[in-house]
Design a protein around this ligand. Structure first.
Ligand SMILES: *[C@@H]1O[C@H](CO)[C@@H](O)[C@H](O)[C@H]1NC(C)=O
Ligand SMILES: *[C@@H]1O[C@H](CO)[C@@H](O)[C@H](O)[C@H]1NC(C)=O
Length: 227
């Protein structure tokens, strides 16, 4: 009688510990920092075409602050330089108004605004620091998006990557087959461009172009993701 009771107790105990272990693992799994954010937030943020659009506002102070920044000469010029770059990429059919675009290391959001102004609505901008409403906070080395969800992924500042190989791997992971990854680096040529291209394991080089972005001379490297 005593042993059976003991056995059944031990069985129950081991069952309990297995359950606890499983739940703990499950919890750990659920709690990993890789929280997948829907790249298409609802309701989708629309950016004001003019200051008049601000009449209906929810985040008064943020909007006031943004309005001030967005009307500075330097903001407008930087957005314009991105617009020129994107217009050339759009003319080559790397994306259209309906594309889903991710901007990694989006800074304060200039490239995001440039794309929005061009008529591309589905643009996600991420940076280590949030700039509401253009840019959300996320780690570029661990992008909170599923595989192959974007048509086009752009980084204006690849040199900000702490781990370039991992950063590029994340860009390649989130872009669909046949989509494009575009990175801009400090103006360079030959060997340095080769070094950047080598970081891409799933893409082939399409174009290298020097241009002025945000007042700096930069080299734009266009990669097409292959299967
Ligand atoms: C893209 O959107 C812009 C702004 O709404 C519009 O002017 C342009 O004609 C659109 N392009 C195409 C190809 O539909
Ligand atoms: C870009 O500029 C660098 C440095 O001035 C030069 O070496 C390189 O050849 C240029 N690349 C292109 C594609 O013009």
């Amino acid at each position: 009688m005593e042993t059976t009771h003991m056995e059944s107790f031990l069985n129950k105990l081991s069952f309990t510990s297995i359950t606890i272990a499983t739940l703990t693992l499950l919890l750990l799994y659920l709690k990993t920092p890789q929280i997948f954010i829907n790249p298409n937030p609802i309701p989708h943020q629309k950016f004001p075409k003019s200051t008049c659009d601000f009449t209906h506002r929810t985040f008064t102070t943020i909007n006031k602050h943004n309005r001030r920044i967005w009307s500075t000469k330097s903001w407008i010029q930087t957005v314009h330089s991105f617009t020129i770059q994107f217009q050339s990429l759009q003319a080559q059919n790397f994306f259209s108004n309906n594309s889903r675009i991710l901007v990694v290391s989006a800074g304060a959001g200039h490239p995001v605004m440039a794309l929005n102004n061009m008529g591309v609505n589905d643009v996600s901008g991420i940076e280590v620091v949030e700039s509401h409403p253009l840019v959300r906070r996320a780690d570029p080395h661990n992008l909170p998006f599923f595989d192959k969800v974007f048509d086009f992924v752009f980084s204006p500042y690849l040199e900000r990557a702490l781990f370039p190989a991992r950063y590029v791997r994340e860009m390649e992971r989130t872009v669909r087959d046949g989509g494009a990854c575009v990175v801009a680096v400090e103006e360079c040529g030959g060997k340095e461009v080769e070094e950047v291209v080598k970081l891409f394991k799933k893409s082939k080089l399409l174009e290298v172009k020097n241009m002025t972005l945000g007042g700096e001379r930069r080299t734009n490297i266009v990669m097409k993701v292959v299967k």
